[in-house]
Design a protein around this ligand. Structure first.
Ligand code: NAX
Ligand code: ADP
Length: 294
């Protein structure tokens, strides 16, 4: 039995033999594109849990989801925070909820294609329960930031709850809190740990860093080695989470959606160059997309 702390030699070998460097050839054919008969709902509806008092993170994620081509992006916001969210959103909708029941009613809208929870959500019991409610729909769910921390050392309960496609997007600190193990520095060990975590949770593990590892429960691994260090800036991870969710809502499979999002994110940062802040990234996603073969 492989464990995160002690991945078996076989897991190392698998890691190194399976690992592919991120490139459009691996996922380009699965990217969504609009059709002449598309309408906004058919292009994918993203629902993001918005937090309070940390409100910027969900808005950054929402901008990225919308720029990925999702037809509708909405943020479920606590009623007390509606004015804050609405004051800086135009095409993105803020959907207020006054109670947990209201929030769960928003989550059960049959038109929703994918969920994101975590950016600015607060690492609380409420966040954990909302995550479980999203997972119960069996629709794709991206679990990021505080929603990962809300399951600190509870990755078993997460596994039991994952019914559909799910992407977990930890940085090293979040990986450690969730799985109780600090990711290794060396790439082979990191890949092996991400693979074991993917198998243990039955989710895609996207372990962020200078090299980002995307590992699937069925042993597939992609490593993104081309991210510029300017991405080490507050909110860049929130943008990435929104981008993945937007691609999932448009029907892209989770492993490829994660790899494509990481590639677009790196390319957007490269196009900007020095002085990048997270706000710059969503607007550069279309230019990054245009770098792909038409
Ligand atoms: N504009 C905004 O509203 C922003 C909100 N954010 C939100 O702020 C909350 C806290 O996010 P944090 O990422 O600070 O999470 P945490 O506060 O949970 O974890 C950060 C801790 O993990 C440690 N750590 C270890 N390896 C790390 C790594 N590779 N990268 C980052 N930290 C590492 C750090 O030393 C730090 O103590 C989240 O809800 C997040 O979404 C941030 O994303 C930044 C932008
Ligand atoms: N040194 C680095 N070089 C390249 N990319 C990096 C580096 N450090 C972090 N990144 C990327 O920047 C993003 C940071 O995300 P995250 O740590 O979640 O930040 P935040 O929570 O502030 O949004 C991730 O996509 C990560 O892969």
């Amino acid at each position: 039995m492989h464990t995160l702390a002690n991945p078996h030699r076989q897991a190392y070998n698998q890691a190194m033999s399976h690992y592919q460097s991120n490139s459009p050839a691996l996922w380009e054919a699965l990217l969504p594109s609009p059709h002449s008969n598309s309408h906004k709902y058919s292009r994918g509806y993203v629902l993001i849990q918005g937090g309070y008092p940390v409100t910027g993170a969900a808005r950054l994620a929402a901008l990225a989801a919308a720029r990925s081509g999702a037809g509708i992006t909405a943020i479920a916001v606590p009623a007390a925070a509606l004015a804050i969210y609405a004051s800086q959103l135009l095409s993105i909708m803020a959907k207020p909820y006054a109670s947990t029941l209201d929030l769960y009613a928003l989550i059960h809208d049959p038109r929703i294609g994918a969920f994101l929870i975590g950016p600015g959500a607060g690492a609380s019991k409420e966040t954990r329960e909302t995550t479980l409610t999203m997972l119960q729909t069996a629709k794709p769910v991206v679990i990021d930031a505080d929603a990962l921390t809300a399951f600190a050392r509870k990755s078993d309960s997460l596994k039991k709850a994952i019914l559909g496609q799910c992407v977990l997007t930890p940085h090293d600190g979040e990986f450690e809190k969730l799985f109780g193990l600090q990711p290794a520095d060396q790439l082979p060990e990191r890949i092996a740990q991400a693979l074991v975590a993917a198998r243990q949770t039955n989710a895609i593990i996207l372990l962020k860093g200078a090299n980002t590892i995307i590992a699937a429960p069925d042993e597939r691994v992609i490593v993104n080695e081309r991210a510029p260090a300017t991405l080490a800036t507050a909110g860049a991870g929130d943008v990435l989470a929104g981008l993945i969710t937007g691609l999932l809502a448009q029907g892209m499979p989770a492993f490829e959606a994660a790899a494509a999002a990481v590639w677009l994110h790196s390319t957007a940062a490269e196009l900007h160059g020095i002085g990048l802040i997270a706000e710059d990234l969503p607007g550069l996603i279309p230019a990054a997309w245009r770098q792909l073969t038409p």
